[in-house]
Design a protein around this ligand. Structure first.
Ligand code: SF4
Length: 385
């Protein structure tokens, strides 16, 4: 029956390639975006997802930290930043960041994810002190920090080549790089939305250097604003080429853009249907990237549950605090407890697997699905602070 559906969706040739494990072309990518049959697309992506990961769905007990919101880049899609002279700009001292880490010492967090704005006032020593403060408070945690764009700023104030800068950060304690800042690899979108920020060539060069010095990273793509389909396919092809070269990408995260409080808030933003399509196309195009993440904060817990059948094998994690797309006037703290993550994955019909920042499976026992489906709370709403 599925073959009939795939055929009627015009995806028969891609189906054969997927079954045979043959790499899809850019034209195939365009066809995947063009099909009106979303379940057929999800079916194809799920073949690859289950071939790689079976029933496993990964999550991490992590803490997100945003050390400063001050940024001089002015990206039009961003609602997070404050200009250097804005009254609501902040910079957390290393001691304040350490306090935040210690505040969750009762939770077995294995990953700290730390990013911020591009703050021109911060010296190189600040970043090193920040890393050391975190590792002092939680020596066993894996620290994933700084987008490629922040890394360029850090290199600037370090006054060193990128490889030496990255090695200094690595020696201070960072273990991986989150991979943000790519947006969409398109000079047109770059000019239109984020021209103060470096372009795709620079992003790829920084990622390459990070991988070469032994720092794995994730990769992202921000969609749902002014990008075009061809630009997204190009994005995948470029990431795939670099991955062939370095094998340094751990996961790809399609980031669903949130228009609220941005300079282009008149645009409608992505739908849940689009979120599922992005996850599925990413899984099919990025055949050499091990993990595809549906970030529940951006996609919502409900869409993420469905995405676990559309190509995603990872949902991110507990998060604990998130400032990037949070509206401080209306949003509560955004987080999920361990039980809620287990419940969320089990409700979706997948097997939860706790991982660390480097996707190493945590050895702590995880109850089987029948056990915790009986006992976990019903709600998948983010927990209150
Ligand atoms: S997306 Fe990043 S670089 Fe751009 S304005 Fe926001 S914080 Fe700054």
């Amino acid at each position: 029956m599925f073959e009939r559906i795939i055929n009627s969706a015009g995806l028969a040739d891609i189906y054969q390639k997927v079954l045979a494990g043959v790499r899809l072309t850019a034209d195939d990518g365009l066809k995947l975006y063009g099909t009106a049959n979303l379940p057929a697309l999800g079916y194809l992506a799920n073949i690859v997802r289950e071939r790689l990961h079976g029933q496993s769905a990964f999550f991490v007990r992590n803490q997100h930290i945003n050390y400063t919101n001050i940024c001089n880049k002015g990206c039009l899609f961003c609602s997070f930043y404050a200009l250097p002279k804005d009254v609501d700009g902040y910079v957390l001292s290393p001691e304040q960041v350490q306090e935040k880490v210690r505040a969750y010492s009762h939770i077995p967090v294995t990953e700290i994810h730390m990013v911020g704005g591009v703050n021109p006032k911060l010296p190189f020593s600040y970043y090193l002190d920040l890393i050391k403060a975190i590792k002092e408070a939680r020596p066993d945690v894996s620290l994933k920090a700084f987008t490629m764009i922040e890394l360029e700023q850090i290199r600037r104030v370090a006054k060193k080549p990128m490889d030496e800068t990255l090695l200094d950060l690595k020696n201070a304690g960072i273990d991986a790089i989150p991979g943000g800042g790519a947006e969409v690899f398109s000079e047109r979108v770059h000019e239109e939305l984020f021209q103060a920020k470096s372009d795709s060539d620079k992003w790829l060069e920084t990622a390459r250097t990070a991988h070469q010095v032994g720092l794995p990273s994730n990769a992202t793509m921000l969609y749902g604003h002014v990008e075009q389909t061809e630009e997204k396919v190009y994005h995948y092809v470029k990431l795939r080429e670099l991955q062939d070269e370095t094998q340094g990408f751990l996961a790809f995260i399609p980031l669903s853009w949130h228009p609220e409080k941005t300079a282009i808030s008149e645009l409608p933003g992505p739908t849940g249907q689009m979120d599922l399509r992005e996850v599925a196309v990413a899984r099919l195009m990025l055949d050499n990237v091990p993990h595809i993440k549906s970030f529940w904060i951006m996609n919502s817990p409900a869409v993420t549950q469905v995405a676990l059948w559309y190509g995603a094998d990872d949902m991110d994690g507990s998060v604990l605090e998130y400032e990037i797309t949070r509206d401080p006037e209306t949003d509560r703290m955004q987080s999920l407890t361990h039980a809620q993550m287990l419940d969320m994955i089990a409700e979706a019909g997948r097997q939860p697997v706790e991982r660390d920042a480097l996707y190493r499976v945590i050895e702590s026992p995880i109850p089987s699905i029948p056990h915790y489906m009986d006992t976990a709370c019903d709600s998948i709403e983010p927990a209150l602070a």
